[in-house]
Write a protein that binds this ligand. Structure first.
Ligand code: PLP
Length: 369
C-alpha cells in the first residue's frame, strides 16, 4: 500500500483549542473549576437559540437523564426509528421502558411520522426523532402528532449540530434535545454531550439529576434530594468545546462542502445518490453517505473490499436496531432493513485535502464502471 490512509472522521484541532485546554489544566481549579463549563453551556444555548443547556459526559448520558426527567420508566413505551445508533435506545432499555422500532422515511432516512403515529398505544410516553447523518426528521408533523396524543417528542441531534429545519436549529424544537461531542462528531470535546431544552421545569429536574440528585436550591451539604446520575463534563473538556464553538460555522460549512463535492462528482452516475436534499432544510452533513440502486449490484462486500484496497476508511450504514441480538426482528421496517445493504459513509473530516477527496471519488467511480 503506497498511499497514506484516509480516515473517515477526525477532529480539527487548532491553537485556540490547545490554548484553552492548557489554561483549563493549569488554572481551572478552585474558584475557576467551572468557568469553561458554564461558558460552554451558555454559549452553546445561545448558538442554538434555546433557554437551557447542561453539558454532559456523553450524548447517551444526556438522553438517559432527559428520559428519566420526563418520568419514563418500567412499563412505558418509547417510539424511535429502527435505523439508529445503539446509544439512542440503550437509555430507554436501562430505564425499564420498551423501545418500539418503526421504519424510516426514505426521503429523510429519519423516523416516518405516519408509522410513528400508528405505533402509539396508551403506554407510549415519547417519540425520539434522530436527525440521522445530519438529515432532518419531519418535526412539524411529529410535533403535531405528539401534541394530539399527549406524548413527548425528543430530538437526538448528535449527528445534526448546525442543521436547520424550517428556520429552527436541530434540537431546539422538541421537549428536549441531545448532542454528542465524541471525537467523530462535528464539534468534539473528546467525549462529551449536551442536554438542551426550553422547558424550565424539565431543566431544573435534569440539573438535579445530573448533580447526584442534589437540587440547586438545597443548602445542606452532601445532601441528595433524589437518586441521580453522574454524567458531568469536565472543565478541561469544556475548554476544548468553547474553542470549537468559536469555529462552529466553519466546522459545519466544511461538512456541507464535502458532501456537495461528493454529490457533484458522483450523482451523475445512474443509480447513485447521496444524502437526501430536503425542502426548506439545511442539513448538518455530518456523514456524507452514498446509496447504490439495487440494480447496480454493488454489495457491502464489493464496497468494503474496494475501499480497503485503496487504504480508505469508509463505513457501512447503520444496521437496523431490530436486527441486533437484544431485540426482536422487525423486518416489516423494509427501508431500515434494505438501505444498509447498499449504502455507505464516505470520509468527511475537516482537514481532508482535494487529493483525498479525489481518491475517494475515484474508488466509487471505478466500483460503478
Ligand atoms: C454519536 C451518537 C450518539 C452517542 O453519543 P455519545 O456521546 O457517544 O454517547 C447518540 N446518538 C446518535 C444518533 C449518535 O450518532
Amino acid at each position: 500500500m503506497t498511499e497514506t490512509r484516509i480516515a473517515y472522521t477526525k477532529p480539527s484541532i487548532e491553537d485556540t483549542e490547545v490554548s484553552y485546554a492548557t489554561d483549563a489544566a493549569r488554572n481551572g481549579w478552585g474558584a475557576q473549576c467551572y468557568s469553561y463549563l458554564h461558558r460552554f453551556e451558555t454559549e452553546f444555548a445561545a448558538y442554538l437559540g434555546v433557554k437551557h443547556a447542561i453539558a454532559t459526559s456523553s450524548c447517551t448520558g444526556a438522553m438517559h437523564m432527559g428520559l428519566a426527567g420526563l418520568g419514563i420508566g418500567t412499563g412505558d413505551e418509547v417510539i424511535l426509528a429502527d435505523t439508529n445508533w445503539i446509544a439512542t435506545v440503550s437509555p430507554v432499555v436501562h430505564l425499564g421502558a420498551r423501545p418500539v422500532f418503526v421504519d424510516i422515511d426514505p426521503r429523510s432516512w429519519c423516523i416516518d411520522p405516519v408509522r410513528a403515529e400508528a405505533a402509539i398505544t396508551p403506554r407510549t410516553k415519547a417519540i425520539i426523532a434522530t436527525h440521522l447523518y445530519g438529515n432532518l426528521a419531519d418535526m412539524d408533523t411529529l410535533r403535531a402528532i405528539a401534541e394530539r396524543h399527549g406524548v413527548a417528542v425528543i430530538e437526538d441531534a448528535a449527528e445534526a449540530l448546525g442543521a436547520v429545519y424550517h428556520g429552527q436549529k436541530a434540537a431546539s424544537m422538541g421537549h428536549f434535545g441531545t448532542f454528542s461531542f465524541h471525537g467523530t462528531k462535528t464539534l468534539t470535546t473528546g467525549e462529551g454531550g449536551m442536554f438542551v431544552t426550553n422547558d424550565t421545569s424539565l431543566f431544573e429536574t435534569v440539573s438535579t439529576l445530573s448533580n447526584h440528585g442534589r437540587a440547586a436550591s438545597q443548602s445542606k451539604q452532601f445532601w441528595a434530594d433524589m437518586v441521580g446520575f453522574k454524567y458531568k463534563m469536565s472543565n478541561i473538556q469544556a475548554a476544548l468545546g468553547c474553542a470549537q464553538l468559536e469555529r462552529i460555522n466553519d466546522l459545519v460549512s466544511r461538512k456541507r462542502d464535502i458532501l456537495d463535492t461528493y454529490r457533484t462528482a458522483l450523482c451523475d452516475i445512474p443509480g447513485v445518490t447521496t444524502n437526501p436534499v430536503q425542502e426548506n432544510c439545511d442539513g448538518g452533513a455530518w456523514m456524507p453517505t452514498i446509496v447504490f440502486d439495487t440494480g447496480l449490484g454493488i454489495t457491502r462486500t464489493h464496497f468494503q473490499n474496494a475501499f480497503a484496497a485503496a487504504n480508505i476508511d469508509a463505513r457501512v450504514f447503520f444496521y437496523p436496531l431490530s436486527a441486533q441480538p437484544m431485540f426482536e426482528d422487525a423486518r416489516h421496517n423494509t427501508h431500515a432493513w434494505s438501505i444498509p445493504e447498499r449504502a455507505f459513509n464516505l470520509p468527511s473530516y475537516h482537514d481532508m485535502s482535494a487529493n483525498d477527496l479525489a481518491r475517494v471519488i475515484e474508488v466509487v467511480r471505478k466500483l460503478c464502471a
